[in-house]
Design a protein around this ligand. Structure first.
Ligand SMILES: [Zn+2]
Length: 490
């Protein structure tokens, strides 16, 4: 009996003891997993966490280090911290309004590269011996790490002057690397004055939206520039037959209740596929749109990036389209000419243009070349070209290049014809409703030289009218500066 009691006792002890052990074990594992997860989370999100204004570590770093500088691609200063004899720090932007949106500001919250690269700018990775030497010399703070961007000062200045007093945006990229050479959004502001003008910036009208970087955040109807995409889909579905396409334009195209008009009610007459693109005939492209396989069209739009997040480090809106396998006729007709529910950022249109120029391979656009400590140690270096995907075949890219060259040679972008280089591109006049009347944004997107592309330029001028008259001359000034004007680094 005693023995059995003990056994029972022992057994009960085991029964009590074992679940506790198991529970302890489970908790130990869960706890370890949680610590591992937290560490991984903190490590993977270290830049975001560091930039979070609730993070007191940021404040400590700013007490120890002077915020680092931001440089253009050739080393010119775009932003720097200047300290006066009383130790008072001022953030100085030598080019004032010229780089407003892309470089951003660092007080009143942060924007642009100031926000994107905050993690690096507030740290100082100079050697300990250098820190000691500076302290001995009486320095109160260590110099922060510096960021070298891909931005080209002369090109940014040309783009800024070209857009002048218009509202709109210009983006210029290197088609072989994805580097952003210029990024201009207007209306702009002077980041040196940010504290003084903050309230007026916040209160600017919806149309002005002065804090908005229109290049990556502005969503616009693409208008006829989108015929590049419609043409690609038609070539894809009719790889040999597309050359046999024929349309007789009488100025409009009707399908049921829906009527599409050509720009300014013009009749384009007898057209083949190339001519329809060169003259930007809406009626022909509505007709082409009606022949497309909607499921395949939707897949191509997605492949090109519509409805998807853009893989960039700065604030960016996703472009969109409402085309699906079951879209009604009117939606397809509108999308085929870049109207309806289609909305793109200038950045997205530039990426599509860059892919055509680069033989079909779309690259990640980027702004940061490298991060270095103030004593010259490299902390981060961007890969020279990061591929997103091949979004069209080399043949498709070559056909689109040929068509976009025709647009310059006698088509709607003929103001680019009288240049010392051969450009290729597409214009657009995107209609939108404003206070009960229809107005249009002027677009151009293209690249040069057509035979060996270097840069892709995308221009939108809000509320200006025809792309050929307003956006093309602005793009020409940029191509001229890069290809003929001896811009350093071009
Ligand atoms: Zn027409």
């Amino acid at each position: 009996m005693r023995k059995r009691d003990e056994q029972t006792k022992g057994g009960r002890q085991r029964r009590v003891f074992t679940p506790i052990r198991v529970t302890q074990g489970i908790f130990a594992v869960l706890f370890a997993a949680m610590i591992v997860y937290l560490c991984l989370y903190a490590y993977n999100n270290r830049q975001t966490m560091m930039s979070n204004s609730y993070n007191s570590r940021q404040k400590i770093l700013l007490e120890q280090n002077a915020r680092g500088s931001i440089f253009a691609r050739d080393g010119e200063v775009l932003a720097e911290t200047v300290t006066d004899e009383n130790g008072q720090e001022t953030r100085n932007y030598p080019y004032a309004n010229t780089f407003a949106h892309v470089v951003g500001y660092a007080s009143k919250g942060k924007s642009g590269i100031e926000a994107q690269e905050n993690y690096w700018l507030i740290r100082s990775d100079i050697a300990l011996s250098e820190k000691a030497r500076l302290a001995d010399a009486g320095a109160k703070k260590n110099p922060g790490n510096s960021v070298t961007t891909t931005l080209c000062v002369p090109l940014q200045e040309v783009a800024c002057k070209a857009l002048a007093a218009y509202r709109g945006a210009i983006i210029v990229t290197d088609v072989k690397t994805g580097e952003i050479l210029a990024m201009v959004s207007k209306p702009d502001y002077d980041p040196n004055e940010i504290d003084r003008i903050w309230d007026s910036l916040l209160n600017s009208s919806k149309e002005d939206a002065r804090l908005l970087n229109r290049v990556s955040q502005g969503l616009y109807p693409p208008g006829s520039t989108f015929k590049i995409v419609t043409a690609l889909e038609y070539i894809r579905e009719n790889p040999t037959d597309f050359r046999n396409y024929h349309f007789n334009c009488s100025g409009s195209y009707r399908r049921g209740e829906e009527v599409i008009h050509c720009f300014h009610g013009e009749s384009h007459g007898s057209l083949d596929f190339y001519k329809a693109f060169q003259k930007s005939c809406n009626s022909a492209f509505a007709d082409i749109g009606m022949t497309l396989d909607r499921e395949r069209f939707a897949a191509t739009l997605k492949e090109l990036g519509l409805g998807k997040e853009v893989p960039v480090d700065f604030v960016c809106n996703a472009s969109r389209s409402d085309i699906t396998a079951s879209s009604p006729d009117d939606a397809v007709m509108q999308t085929a000419i870049g109207q309806g529910a289609t909305a793109v950022t200038p950045l997205e249109l530039n990426m599509i243009t860059q892919a055509v120029a680069n033989g079909g391979v779309m690259l990640t656009p980027y702004l940061i070349k490298s991060v270095d400590s103030a004593d010259g140690k490299n902390l981060y270096k961007e890969a020279p070209a990061k591929e997103i995907a091949r979004v069209m075949s080399e043949d498709e890219a070559a056909i689109l290049t040929e068509m976009m060259t025709l647009v310059v040679n006698g088509g709607t972008a003929k103001r680019l014809q009288e240049a010392g280089y051969q450009a290729a591109g597409k214009t657009g006049s995107a209609e939108y409703d404003s206070q009960q009347k229809t107005e249009s944004h002027a677009w151009f997107t293209g690249f040069a030289p057509a035979e060996d592309p270097q840069i892709a330029v995308t221009v939108i001028v809000e509320q200006a009218g025809g792309g050929g008259e307003y956006a093309v001359p602005m793009a020409k000034r940029i191509f001229d500066a890069w290809l003929d004007g001896g811009v350093p680094g071009s």
